[in-house]
Design a protein around this ligand. Structure first.
Ligand code: F6P
Length: 514
């Protein structure tokens, strides 16, 4: 692989002065540098990658063993080596045949859980499940954090056009403000509380769950649901087994919205729509498994990422959905991408020899235009931008809004690439241009399209991780802060802090002074 990395760097060095715009002298540029699958198109033509660079990048993916690793993942091999776990979130959306793990098919259990979720969701949505006082349940508060919150919260918002179930609120932060704000607009007598935690030990979630239990009062026994892999702990918390939706340790937290962790989405839009979301994920899986690497959307999105991160040395990338309902997607992708690929050692424990995960950030357009696009256009860092745009919105009466949204999205990628020269007397009006972007275009933000988008990004993260040789499925980097927080609690409550560093002691003094 060293040779290919070198060849890629030489390609970049030789072409650095060539503008992205000049690549469009080739009338085939768009057709050659875009890829489609099941109604979704990824345009990566507005990047500096040329045909030779792409050939080398595809070769890099081949030599890194992307195809073999991909099959190892789908086949249930324990590719999460540091936790000795398989990585089988794809089984949650599988629609074809068995998925074997250590000689046993996981699909009967997956299907049975999905059916239980559906019957629970139907019963809640049609009023059969009642509150403790016999009245209807109109509101749901979902408590969870990280992968047990970001996916469902993002998904409920994304599918807002289909939301015909109860009102959903999400509580994640240990800051009591989060539960207070969510609960003050809800009536405990009319509310179901979901406690979502893979481990059922996460301090934020368990603290909020205890608070919610008290808040529910008489309803606590019948108005709580748990979603977890730790069935002993959900029982100890007092949630009856028929109100617990279990899943297995081969579903990583940030890959878990396809199963029981996605229950809030199912409650909001119903089991049929949730099934369409799974269909979209499955369709992307099929494409990822079968399309040649050079025509494979997740692979090409990953290779664009590798090109920008490792060859062009761009430290971050912006996710810019021109779709207000996807406004939580950048936060979701931050966990998916940065918790997966923010790693400094390879899967074998040796230090990585080059940069890994980029900083992922972003906001829905057009809002971001009035906040940070100044830096995107004229700042000193080049930030590759990942635009997303639907051909159609859900508001036919407001089509002129959608036309303006579309025009703005297209204008931004064009302006970033084209730039503008200015008069010498007005250098502040100059735009350097030559700034790369990709655009993901889809027909409409249906549940199917959402499933495609999430699976696309999951596989993109996976392919980048394989090329870097890291384990994308563990998250040891979150441990130290958690341990130190536990140790600091008594100090915050007044215990002796003299063995702490000067800054921590000073801050404790300032903060404990009230
Ligand atoms: O932040 C670390 C982490 O373990 C994430 O990976 C996970 O999504 C989150 O905490 C929540 O964990 P749990 O679902 O076990 O409460």
């Amino acid at each position: 692989m060293d040779t290919i990395w070198r060849m890629l760097r030489s390609n970049r060095a030789a072409s650095e002065d060539r503008s992205i715009l000049s690549l469009f002298d080739d009338p085939q540029r768009f057709d050659d540098f875009s890829v489609s699958t099941a109604g979704m198109l990824l345009d990566y033509s507005k990047t500096s990658m040329d045909t030779e660079a792409r050939r080398l990048l595809v070769q890099l993916a081949e030599e890194a063993g992307v195809e073999a690793q991909r099959e190892a993942m789908f086949a249930g091999e324990k590719i999460n080596t540091s936790e000795d776990r398989a990585v089988l979130h794809t089984a949650l959306r599988n629609q074809n045949g068995p998925v074997m793990l250590e000689g046993a098919d996981v699909m009967p259990e997956v299907r049975a859980t999905l059916a239980r979720m559906a019957s629970f969701a139907n019963a809640l949505r049609n009023g059969e499940i009642k509150a403790a006082d016999g009245g209807p349940i109109t509101d749901v508060i979902s408590i969870g954090i990280g992968g047990s919150d970001l996916g469902p919260a993002m998904g409920v918002k994304a599918l807002g056009a289909y939301h015909d179930g109860p009102t959903l609120r999400f509580v994640s932060n240990i800051d009591g403000a989060d539960f207070t704000e969510a609960s003050k607009r809800a009536d405990p007598a009319r509310t179901l509380v979901i406690v979502a935690s893979k481990t059922f030990t996460t301090i934020e979630t368990m603290t909020n769950a205890e608070t919610a239990k008290k808040w529910l009062g008489a309803g606590a026994d019948s108005q709580m649901v748990a979603i977890s892999t730790a069935l002993d702990k959900t029982a100890a918390f007092g949630i009856p087994a028929d109100r617990v939706f279990g899943f297995e340790d081969w579903v990583g937290g940030r890959y878990s919205m396809w199963g029981p962790i996605g229950l809030p989405i199912m409650l909001a839009v119903g089991p049929k729509r949730f099934g369409e979301f799974l269909d979209g994920g499955y369709a992307m899986d099929q494409h990822f498994r079968t399309a040649p690497l050079a025509e494979n959307m997740p692979v090409l999105l990953a290779l664009t990422g590798i090109w920008h991160r490792n060859i062009c040395d761009y430290p971050s990338r912006a996710v810019l959905p021109y779709d207000q309902r996807l406004s939580r997607l950048p936060a979701y992708l931050q966990q998916l991408d940065m918790e997966s690929n923010g790693k400094g050692v390879m899967a074998d424990g040796t230090p990585v020899s080059q940069a890994t995960g980029a900083v992922v950030w972003g906001q829905a357009g057009t809002n971001g235009q009035h906040a940070f696009y100044q830096l995107l256009h004229q700042g000193t860092n080049v930030v590759p931008c990942e635009f997303m745009m639907a051909a159609e919105g859900f508001e036919p009466a407001l089509k002129h809004h959608h036309d303006l949204l579309k025009a703005n999205c297209l204008a931004q990628s064009e302006a970033l690439m084209r730039g503008r020269v200015s008069k010498d007397t007005e250098p502040y009006r100059a735009f350097p241009g030559n700034r790369p972007s990709t655009t993901l275009a889809y027909k409409k933000l249906t549940p199917f399209a959402l499933g495609q988008i999430i699976a696309l990004y999951e596989h993109r993260v996976f392919v980048e991780g394989v090329i870097w040789g890291i384990n994308s499925f563990d998250q040891w980097g979150v441990e130290l802060g958690k341990e130190m927080a536990t140790a600091l609690v008594p100090l915050v409550q007044g215990a002796d802090a003299s063995d702490k560093d000067g800054s921590t002691q000073g801050l404790l003094k300032a903060l404990n002074a009230g």
